[in-house]
Design a binder for this molecule. Structure first.
Ligand SMILES: [Zn+2]
Length: 133
């Protein structure tokens, strides 16, 4: 993407809440069940809390029972992945393709049609109700 956002860690600290900074910039994980977005069922778009890019549509959201907002597919091109070996196992980390903010992980145990489960930190997302523009 041509409009990749590069900000210093200092300027992210100014624009994000401490919780958002911890997840997006320090690869943190919010406590399960704490995000109000778990129960979000309206039609709308989940945007990056860092840069506002559209990441997931409500059409791909499902209740995974994990306590984190879960989706079976991102908006095309909106996220990128890397392999995260931090807990002694290989997990696929998901980040915003535009600002690089850490969003969560993707696991191969999701529902059809993709079989993927994008396990996201709600604090890294911003829900905007209404049809996609
Ligand atoms: Zn972003």
């Amino acid at each position: 993407m041509g409009d990749a956002i590069k900000q210093t860690e200092e300027s992210w600290r100014d624009t994000l809440t401490p919780e958002q900074f911890h997840v997006l910039r320090e690869h943190g994980t919010e406590r399960a069940g704490t995000s109000p977005l778990n129960a979000e069922k309206r039609t709308g778009t989940f945007r990056c809390a860092g840069c506002g890019q559209e990441l997931f549509s409500s059409e791909t959201k499902f209740d995974s029972g994990t306590g984190w907002p879960s989706f079976w597919a991102p908006v095309e091109g909106a996220v990128a992945t890397t392999v995260d070996r931090s807990l002694g196992m290989a997990r696929t980390e998901v980040h915003c393709a535009r600002c690089g903010g850490h969003l969560g992980h993707v696991f191969p145990d999701g529902p059809r049609p993709t079989g993927l489960r994008y396990c996201m930190n709600g604090v890294a997302l911003k829900f905007v109700a209404g049809p996609r523009k």
